[in-house]
Every structure is written in structure tokens, then in C-alpha cells.
Design a protein around this ligand. Structure first.
Ligand SMILES: Cc1cc2nc3c(=O)[nH]c(=O)nc-3n(C[C@H](O)[C@H](O)[C@H](O)COP(=O)(O)OP(=O)(O)OC[C@H]3O[C@@H](n4cnc5c(N)ncnc54)[C@H](O)[C@@H]3O)c2cc1C
Length: 465
């Protein structure tokens, strides 16, 4: 690694006395550093901010949520909810801090992103055995200290070059995009109503219903708008299927938007009619003065976004706190390079976590960060028949030729269980989808609890919650 100036002396002094190194104080790296530290290990944590920012990061602190402010559902019948339930059993430090930064979000765990980042930064700073070095790690370490690479999908260029040199040039790329954030005060609320899709009397979401004519005109405007081109002539536009920009959805057909991010399901208007399509806005901050447009990731150029969105009813004077943006995301070919401990096959001192492994999503970043920390601590027999275990299984056992990033979903768990416990899987037949999800959740949580009871010590403590 390269050290500069004052940091150089301090870092070298501490280097003699630490057990693990973590590169990147994002979601995965912060989670891992806190887990390692509470087990008594001495950790050196490298974070390039605030000296250097990626195209998507803006806050100086740790664990920044770069787009949506939501960790998604908390219900265990939901895949995101199950993963959070597992993290709760494991005593995930960041999940606890997310709950302390919570803002209204229906059944989802939504947070005030600044408060969350601040709480994580304070938790890292409060640990005597974490040395936080605010510098870019510009190349892979040359020593044999176990090191977790958790630099996310937008890792610094020089470190990524060093990684590419070490692993070979087969790193993959794809693109995704952030959604616009609008100021509540600038909207004409006569066109909107408050309400959550399935919860009565909720004011968690602001909704903009559209009739057929308005919907078709909006789709037409999106299709005609100027878009940001891909970076690099050789890179194809490869979007993650779970986070498609609205223009990609619009291109796929006339009805696709209203069956995805503009679906009107669950709402009836005052005159008892149903909207043809609907746009949801979610509170960004507890005060609710900033709203993000749910599922509205976009790669339209900024002036075009403003033009197209201001044509929507009630949005003629909309002020945008942040426009949608498009970024390159980077991940390694995990099935080719990592073993089932998220450890490099060629460089065993290197571990990987977060989106750089091809796990997609905030909760997945916490999960893989937590998992990698346990592996570095030699807690080896983590059960794969769990949400976290099956995600890791997907990452390292997929077909390397077609490997793509993935959120956790029940399909990963059930396809694994079909191999390891086919008898039990028969019990799922003829059950409703909700019942199947509940049974899979119970199975998975039971497995994890048994493992925790046999493997973990009292160190799995809470951070003052
Ligand atoms: C534009 C964009 C929007 C996204 N939107 C969502 C969303 O809405 N919901 C969702 O669930 N997921 C989203 N994701 C996917 C993913 O969940 C997030 O990227 C998530 O933050 C990944 O966590 P991470 O810990 O892997 O990386 P990050 O949280 O990005 O953390 C990486 C950290 O490493 C630091 N770093 C990078 N290089 C170096 C270096 N060389 N030395 C030191 N520090 C370094 C960075 O500054 C950063 O703090 C989005 C991704 C992108 C790129």
C-alpha cells in the first residue's frame, strides 16, 4: 500500500500491531471492521473519503447509502426481511445503527442517510482497536496480513488496476443509475395523495396517479429524451435486472413501466376508480422535506430529466435536490476467483465483501461483510442453507462464464435446498407463495440459530440498543 505524509508514519507504527486490514469503510467494510473489532481483533481500516470521492459518494463519513435510503422490507416472508432477520440474529452492528436512524417507510427499513453514516462513523471511531486511516489504498497489500477488500462497485481506479493485474483482465462491468430526489415544497399537492400500497392511513409515501393519456405521454417523453452514453467504447451497457433505469423499462414495451416502478396496484382513488399508473415518492429524511422517486433510476441527461419530470401533473415547479445519475459498477468474477469463504483462491490473504463480489444491494453488502469477517476470524462452518449462506453459495458456485450480480431471493435458497434437503422441500408443494416463503424463512432462521448456539460466544453483543 502507499502511504502519504503524516499518515505514513502513523500507519507504519500501527501496522506492526494489527491483525486484520479492511479496505473501504462502506457498508460491507464498516460492518466487517466492527465485527472483527468486537471479537477483540485489531483492525486497520482504510477509507479514501473525504480526500477522494467516487462519482456516487458525497458524504464524508462511513457507510454511505448512495441512492435509495431504504434497506427494504423487514417482513420475514420477504427475501429482504429474511436477510435482515438473519443479520439481527448475528447481532449486525450496522443493522442496529440503521434502526436508530430510521425514518417512516411503511414495512421497509428506511433511514436518514446522514444520521446513519454519522452513527456508523462514531461507532468506528469509538473502538480503541480500530485504526481508521483516511487514505486511498492505491494498490493491493504486499504483506500477508489478512485483508478484506470492500471497495464497492466504484473502487478507486489505481486499486482496481492493481486488482486487475493480480487477478487477470477478466473483471466485469455493468451500469446502474440513481433516482432523482425532489423537494416536497415545490410540488403542487392537489395532484398527489399520501398512502402506502398495502397499509391503510399511512403517510409514508406520496403518490402521483396518472391516467392513460398522461402515462403514454410520459413514456413517449422518456423515450425521446437524451441519455448519457456508456463509458468506454468496448463496454456494453449491462444493467442489473433488479435495478433497471426507467428508460430501459420504457423501451421494453408500452405496458412495462406500469407493471414495474409505476404499478398502480393497491390504490383506489376518491371517486372509487383505479389509477392507470402511479409514481411513488418516499421520504428521504425524517422531516420528510425531500422525497426520492421510488424505482426511478435514470440515465437521462440532467436537463432532460428536469424537462421530462416537470411535465408530470403537479411537478411543473419541481425543485430537485439531486438528479438521477448513471455510474459504472465494478465486480470481480467471484466464481472464478473466490472460494466459499469469499477468500481469493490465488492470494489467500485477500478476502472480498460487498458489491465487488457481485452481491447486489445494501443489505447484501452488510451480509457479505459480516460473513467475510466471520471467515477471517476462522468461524468456518457457517450454514449455507440460510439467506446469507445461499447468497455466498451463488456468488462462488455460479457458472463463471455467465456470472451476474444478484440480490438475495428465495430462489437461491430453494434451489440450494433442493440439492441438500430434497425431502424437506417436498413439504413446500401445494403451498401458497406466502406460506412457502414463511416456511423457508423458518427453516433458514432455525439453521442459523443452531449454528450461533454452537459457534458464537457472548461477544455477539449489541451496540447500546
Ligand atoms: C449508483 C449506485 C446506486 C445504487 N443504489 C442502490 C440502492 O438504491 N439500493 C441498494 O440496495 N443498492 C444500491 N446500489 C448497490 C449497492 O448496494 C451499493 O453500491 C452498496 O453501497 C455497496 O456496498 P459496498 O460496501 O460494497 O460498497 P460502498 O458502500 O460503495 O463502500 C465502498 C467504500 O470504499 C471506499 N473506497 C473505494 N476505493 C477505495 C480505496 N482504494 N481505498 C480506500 N477506500 C476506498 C469508498 O469511498 C466507499 O466508502 C447502488 C450502487 C450504485 C453504484
Amino acid at each position: 500500500m502507499h502511504f502519504d505524509g503524516k499518515e505514513k508514519k502513523e500507519a507504519r507504527a500501527f501496522m506492526k500491531n494489527f491483525d486484520f486490514r479492511v479496505v473501504g469503510a462502506g457498508l460491507a467494510g464498516s460492518e466487517a471492521a466492527l465485527v472483527l473489532s468486537r471479537e477483540g481483533a485489531r483492525v486497520q481500516l482504510w477509507e479514501q473519503k473525504p480526500k477522494k470521492f467516487s462519482a456516487a459518494h458525497q458524504l464524508a463519513g462511513a457507510a454511505e447509502l448512495v441512492c435509495s435510503n431504504s434497506f427494504k422490507s423487514e417482513e420475514v416472508e420477504n427475501a429482504h426481511g429474511l436477510m435482515k432477520a438473519e443479520l439481527r440474529l448475528l447481532g449486525s452492528p450496522l443493522l442496529q445503527l440503521a434502526k436508530l436512524s430510521r425514518v417512516p417507510g411503511g414495512k421497509a427499513l428506511s433511514v436518514d442517510r446522514e444520521a446513519f453514516s454519522q452513527k456508523v462513523s462514531e461507532a468506528l471511531e469509538a473502538q480503541a482497536n480500530i485504526e481508521w486511516i483516511r487514505e486511498e489504498a492505491s494498490e493491493l497489500p504486499q504483506d500477508d496480513v489478512p485483508t478484506l477488500i470492500a471497495t464497492g462497485p466504484l473502487g478507486s481506479e489505481s486499486l482496481m488496476k492493481s486488482l486487475e493485474t493480480a487477478l487477470g483482465s477478466e473483471s466485469l462491468y455493468f451500469y446502474d443509475a440513481t433516482a432523482p430526489v425532489v423537494e416536497l415544497e415545490s410540488l403542487d399537492l392537489a395532484h398527489f395523495f399520501w398512502g402506502s400500497r398495502y397499509t391503510e392511513d399511512s403517510t409514508d409515501y406520496l403518490n402521483l396517479p396518472l391516467d392513460k393519456e398522461q402515462y403514454l405521454e410520459f413514456r413517449h417523453d422518456i423515450l425521446g429524451a437524451e441519455k448519457v452514453p456508456a463509458q468506454g467504447v468496448d463496454e456494453k451497457l449491462q444493467f442489473f435486472e433488479g435495478c433497471l433505469p426507467i428508460e430501459v423499462l420504457a423501451e421494453r414495451g408500452e405496458e412495462v413501466l406500469r407493471y414495474s416502478c409505476m404499478k398502480p396496484t393497491g390504490f383506489t382513488l376518491e371517486d372509487a376508480s383505479r389509477p392507470y399508473a402511479l409514481i411513488q415518492f418516499r421520504r428521504e429524511k425524517a422531516a420528510g422535506d425531500l422525497l426520492s422517486m421510488v424505482g426511478f433510476q435514470t440515465r437521462m441527461k440532467w436537463p432532460e430529466q428536469a424537462r421530462v419530470l416537470r411535465k408530470l401533473p403537479g411537478m411543473a415547479n419541481a425543485d430537485f435536490a439531486r438528479m438521477g445519475a448513471m455510474h459504472r459498477n465494478q465486480f470481480i468474477n467471484s466464481p472464478q476467483h473466490l472460494n466459499n469463504r469469499l477468500q481469493s483462491k490465488s492470494f489467500p490473504q485477500l478476502f472480498f465483501a460487498g458489491q465487488i463480489t457481485g452481491s447486489e444491494g445494501y443489505t447484501e453488502a452488510l451480509a457479505t461483510g459480516h460473513f467475510a469477517a466471520l471467515q477471517m476470524l476462522q468461524k468456518l462452518s457457517f450454514p449455507k442453507e440460510t439467506a446469507i449462506g445461499s447468497l455466498v453459495h451463488y456468488l462462488v458456485h455460479s457458472d463463471a462464464r455467465y456470472f451476474q450480480p444478484m440480490n438475495f431471493n428465495f430462489g437461491l435458497l430453494s434451489s440450494l435446498l433442493r440439492q441438500t434437503d430434497s425431502e424437506w422441500m417436498k413439504a413446500l408443494r401445494r403451498r401458497s407463495k406466502r406460506e412457502r416463503s414463511k416456511m423457508l424463512s423458518d427453516y433458514s432462521l432455525g439453521r442459523l440459530q443452531s449454528w450461533i448456539d454452537s459457534e458464537m460466544t457472548e461477544s455477539r453483543v449489541v451496540l447500546g440498543v
